[in-house]
Design a protein around this ligand. Structure first.
Ligand code: KG4
Ligand code: ZN
Length: 338
């Protein structure tokens, strides 16, 4: 069968990204306009600024992605767009652009969940996909979730009770004045430190959540803050201890899930899957449990349009399209409101 091509649009946070992906999960083009240099000035993403920048860049990004792919609009089989979860104003821009294209170009449209998109990022440029059921870990700035994927069901096994892993990195970097976004900066600094120098709490070990698949990073964050407040810290070693604790905690919960059920594969995705210690942990786990590992290439760990197109592939081939009036995020309407 001839290849089909899906145009993926991502605008859930601060990256405007558009890509064209083939049904073989090959990325023909990806154009991402990053707003990091703007939001860095504020130490975090400012939603209003993010949506205004999406508005400025979404159409140029669509044009550029299409041009670079060497394809034309006639070659596109469907438009895929992230509609949830994310910043509402940011999502609206990508969704409106996608709906406009779908209507104007007369193409089917597929609304994509951002977490599913991250999971699908691990399948880009890979020859095969995992068999069901598989276990996926999404670790990003907004999520820390263990999700079981079976043929017709997607079950969230556990999530964070407080910060997401990436959020903890970003907040610690802000407290320590290391810059933004914190994840890659801390990852780099930690490589030069001694992780055994600072003892950070392992809060979930002996408490009531020891046997539950839940994550919590606020205790670790507070402990790091105390060391920072005391002053005179060996920053590389403190960051190495912090990274170690975060990854240990994630590893423990992944092992819990793997000990409860047999999975064919382990998929790790999301911005924090670019982390060196997280990738090492994932490799060790795959070897120990003898399961296949799916890790996105580094360039597909952060938000991007290619993962959105990839996540829409199954829906496309099963004819599961969205109607043009789908919501941006599940809208909660007051009772008695029609
Ligand atoms: O997936 P993503 O681009 O956006 C969300 O959906 O949240 O993830 C962004 C997050 C940020 O919190 C950033 O600090 C983190 O991913 N991140 C990292 C690394 N690279 C990015 N965290 C730890 N280590 C890294 N190398
Ligand atoms: Zn994301």
């Amino acid at each position: 069968m001839a290849d089909k091509y899906i145009l993926g649009i991502e605008s859930s946070c601060d990256d405007t990204s558009v890509a064209l992906v083939s049904s073989g999960f090959h990325v023909l083009s990806v154009k991402t306009v990053s707003q990091t240099s703007v939001h860095r000035l504020f130490g975090g993403v400012i939603p209003e600024i993010a949506s205004r920048n999406h508005l400025a860049w979404v159409i140029p990004a669509i044009d550029a992605a299409l041009k670079e792919s060497g394809k034309t609009r006639d070659d596109i089989s469907a438009i895929a767009v992230t509609n949830y979860p994310g910043l509402i104003g940011s999502l609206l821009v990508g969704v409106c652009a996608a709906k406009g294209l779908a209507a104007g170009w007369k193409k089917p449209i597929i609304a994509v969940n951002h977490l599913n998109a991250h999971i699908a990022s691990a399948f880009l440029e890979r020859e095969k996909r995992p068999e069901f059921p598989y276990l996926s870990l999404v670790v990003s700035g907004g999520h820390t979730s263990l999700i079981e994927i079976s043929e017709d069901e997607r079950t969230v096994l556990g999530e964070t009770m407080d910060d997401a892993a990436g959020e903890a990195y970003d907040k610690i970097a802000k407290m320590a004045d290391l810059g933004y976004p914190g994840g890659p900066i801390i990852d780099k600094i930690a490589a030069k430190g001694d992780a055994s120098k600072y003892k950070l709490p392992y809060l979930l070990k002996n408490n009531k959540y020891a046997d539950d698949i839940v994550f919590s990073f606020s205790g670790i964050k507070s402990a790091v803050k105390r060391f920072l407040d005391d002053g005179n810290v060996d920053m590389p070693s403190l960051m190495a201890s912090f990274q170690n604790r975060i990854v240990e905690l994630i590893e423990r919960k992944v092992k819990l899930a793997l000990s409860r059920k047999k999975y064919t594969a382990f998929v790790v995705a999301g911005g924090v899957s670019a982390n060196s210690a997280v990738r090492k942990m994932a490799e060790n786990i795959a070897a120990k449990y003898n399961i296949e590992l799916y890790l996105p290439e580094l360039k597909y760990c952060q938000d991007n349009g290619a993962m959105v197109a990839a996540a829409a592939m199954d829906d496309f081939f099963n004819g599961r399209f969205s109607s043009l009036d789908f919501d941006v995020a599940p809208t909660v309407r007051p009772k008695n409101h029609s």
